[in-house]
Design a protein around this ligand. Structure first.
Ligand code: NAD
Length: 478
């Protein structure tokens, strides 16, 4: 008997949870459940995190969490509980299988079988945002080497375990050379350890277009958080409905299983929602906790029910479907089919549990880190970058000089274009001359002097070289 935590969530959550539990218990799931309250009710009671401390204790003790979707109230400083849970519990891998059920569920992509493996903790989802000037706000995109290594290794180990042939990586490293560049670099490094699995990298924009158009080309796709969030919805939707896909959030200690969709408040309380997404999440959970026989029984009964044409409204199509049913009737139909297998759709067998035994991350030897300058960001209401350069040039010394000014990343001094639109947010790069040693003392001096000039410095970014290689991007147009 495995003790798990469940949360019934908001909107359609309670209905699809009831349906899911009914099916897995009828199939013989050996689970004991502790229910916790999360989401709207908790948020609106004044807890901006949407969950109480005692609920965290339950989740951490049981380690396995089956969660229905929740509603994050908009505005009001409410933090997304989904993002918080994934990060607090270190659930770094999000696995989202998206499989067509042709010809029983209408889809333009009859042979699609893609697993999206999404990095789950980093990227723009660090949620570190600041308003810096009247006109400019900023969100920090954080990508770490351990984060990349863990998710990429997970993708290859998953592919190996599931006998999949290819792992594809999507990034936008032609633009974000440091952040997405690191993800791509780590992908190339780790791919070398798996010579029997094909590997390839696509720039995300054309990769996304190819995925939407020709998903059968792909097998396992690994990508940073934001791209994975967006593209897994696209991938699920083009199999027939976003209501069909489940998701496993895996960490070293705890795991959370859910549907990929949200709480669909407009569909709530009507017994019409498709419970398949949460049921798929529950199947992944059963597989994860080594109840493979139950996972297999439920999955095959679900496939048989879909094949029988018993469909909820979202996938119901006259001519293909036979009977339109509500949430609970769909669950009852699956229960009737327990111990049956589909005859046309491929039946599934779960022979291994999906818990992967991954090599732990090992920190590499530190590189030689040399400070060679600083970017000082200013809130300045002027419009002509040449005027700003004139103000700053007196700060030059025989160690460093003003090398460049950019506005929203594009170089506007020296040799800017008068056509370039400028906001009130300016990056002023001071760089040491070759062979001169630059220290933090110079940064403090620069900040002091800009202050004396009446300029509003809003932040600095140190410019480092690591083993002689610049750890910062050039200005666009530089
Ligand atoms: P959503 O996924 O809840 O619903 C979008 C639309 O998809 C629905 O209107 C419905 O037409 C369809 N749909 C979704 N699930 C379905 C199902 N099971 N059966 C049939 N049709 C289904 O997206 P949204 O409307 O953007 O978000 C609603 C709320 O859900 C928001 O508060 C959001 O923050 C939250 N959300 C929660 C999670 C989560 O808990 N993991 C994930 C995404 C969004």
């Amino acid at each position: 008997m495995k003790r798990i935590t469940i949360a019934k969530g908001d909107g359609i959550g309670p209905e699809i949870m009831e349906a899911t539990l009914k099916v897995i218990l009828a199939a013989g799931a050996k689970i004991q459940m502790d229910e916790i309250k999360v989401g709207e009710e908790v948020y609106l009671s004044g807890n901006t995190s949407g969950i109480s401390n005692t609920s965290w204790d339950v989740i951490r003790k049981n380690k396995i969490f089956l969660k229905a979707p929740i509603t994050t109230p908009q505005g009001g400083g409410y933090k997304s509980l989904n993002v918080t849970t994934r990060k607090f519990l270190g659930l770094y891998a999000n696995i989202r299988p998206c499989i067509s059920l042709h010809p029983f569920v209408k889809t333009k992509h009859p042979v699609m079988d893609v697993v999206i493996i999404r990095e789950n903790e980093e990227d723009l989802y660090a949620g570190i945002e600041h308003q810096q000037t009247d006109e400019v706000v900023q969100c920090l995109k954080l990508i770490s080497r351990p984060g990349c290594e863990k998710i990429v290794r997970y993708a290859f180990e998953f592919a190996k375990q599931q006998n999949r042939k290819k792992v594809t990586c999507f990034t936008k490293d032609n633009i974000m050379k440091q952040t997405d560049g690191l993800f791509h670099k780590v992908f190339d490094e780790i791919a070398q350890e798996y010579p029997n699995i094909e590997n390839e990298h696509w720039i995300i924009d054309i990769g996304a277009a190819k995925l939407a158009d020709t998903p059968e080309y792909f097998d396992v796709i690994v990508m940073p958080n934001l791209y994975g969030d967006v593209l897994s919805d696209v991938a699920a939707q083009i199999t027939g409905s976003v209501g069909l896909a489940g998701s496993a959030n895996i960490g070293e200690e705890c795991s959370m299983f859910e549907a990929i969709h949200g709480s669909a408040p407009r569909r709530a309380g009507q017994d019409i929602a498709n419970p398949s997404g949460l049921l798929q999440g529950a199947i992944m959970m059963l597989n994860h906790i080594n109840q493979n026989d139950v996972a297999e029984r439920v999955h095959n009964a679900w496939l048989k029910t879909i094949e029988d044409g018993i469909h909820t409204y979202d996938i119901f199509k006259p001519g293909i479907s036979k009977q339109k049913v509500g949430t609970q009737a769909f669950a009852d139909a699956i229960i009737q089919n327990l111990n049956k297998k589909p005859s046309q759709l491929k039946s599934v067998t779960y022979s291994v549990n999906t818990e992967l035994n991954l090599k732990p991350y090992v920190r590499k030897k530190s590189k030689l880190k040399t400070l060679i300058g600083v970017d000082i960001f200013l809130h300045w209401a002027g419009t002509n970058p040449n005027d700003l350069a004139q103000l700053l040039k007196p700060l030059n010394t025989d160690v460093f000089e003003l090398a460049m000014i950019t506005n929203r990343g594009i170089k506007v001094w020296p040799d800017g274009f008068k056509e370039t639109f400028c906001t009130d947010h300016w990056r002023c790069r001071f760089k040491a001359f070759k062979g001169k040693s630059f220290t933090k003392h110079f940064i403090l001096q620069l900040l002091d002097k800009t202050e004396q000039l009446g300029l509003d410095s809003i932040k600095t970014e140190n410019l480092y070289e690591f083993d002689g290689i610049p750890g910062f991007s050039l200005g666009q147009g530089q």
